[in-house]
Design a protein around this ligand. Sequence first.
Ligand SMILES: [Zn+2]
Length: 232
Amino acid sequence: MKIYTDKRLLSCGLIGGTLSRHSGNMREIANQIPVYKELGLNPQHILHFHQIHSDTIISISSPQGAQEISQKPVQDADAWLLSPFPSNWGAAIVTADCVPLFLWDDTGSYAALAHCGWRGVVQGLPGKTARELLQVTPRLHLNAWLGPHIQACCFEVQEDVAKQFSADALIHKNGKIFVDLNFEIKRQLTQADVPEKNIQTPYYCTCGDKENFFSWRRDHEKNLLLSFLYKP
Ligand SMILES: [Zn+2]
């Protein structure tokens, strides 16, 4: 199993990251279960939602709350707020080009996992998620990691999409327009008071790296990568 992750998650007491395509298509929850088992995580304690490219956040603040959500039919949303993060629970999202955004504090007690497609980004989902997390205690020291997603090298857009971003998130090259999602998400996070030095944006391009990732843009297939965040 190949997991892209940020070492800071583990040092803050959390397990999480994004799996490479070698683990298979993670669209169905049933396909995710062997992964959780292999990692020693309880599959029944991993929360799922139905992603709709919105700015809707589901907030979990207790083991009881997590239990309730896990027993209800899946809801429409694009971000999990785990605040405080109940032990022995976790949350999952699936992506193929969209950004898996991880946010957490130094103690691993407050965290969020968001599915940020370009539509979620222009609706301000990254900033909104960070602000909601900081509402608990404005003195939280937040960290952020952006998992594998489509990078500016491949994210060419037409004018209709480009005009929804600010000019400095766009790259013009050979008459084409590309969107830099890292730039825009980093801007939203810093505006929400996440220190810039705590935001890691490694350059893993789902579209450009066929060996490791699924990409909607490249393949137009319904294969999805799994990202998860779990507090042991
Ligand atoms: Zn690329």
